[in-house]
Write a protein that binds this ligand. Structure first.
Ligand SMILES: [Zn+2]
Length: 68
């Protein structure tokens, strides 16, 4: 699983930092969704919210604004 990184603003550090989040294997989830006729979209969605949060690389805080 490749980690995603980009720049963002950490409210805890009060400065621009590198933020990261664990990568999700979306192709695998897509295949499961097709096999389960869309039922898997729900756990995929919930999973994405749970682990999809960006974190500050400096302090590990989740209080970050990621710039898209
Ligand atoms: Zn921070």
């Amino acid at each position: 699983m490749a980690e995603q990184r980009k720049s963002g603003y950490c409210k805890n550090c009060k400065k621009d930092v590198i933020v990261f989040r664990p990568g999700t294997n979306h192709i695998l989830h897509l295949l499961i969704s097709i096999v389960t006729m869309g039922v898997w979209l729900i756990p995929w969605f919930l999973h994405s919210i749970k682990i999809g949060g960006w974190r500050c690389q400096t302090c590990g805080s989740k209080s970050v604004n990621s710039i898209k």
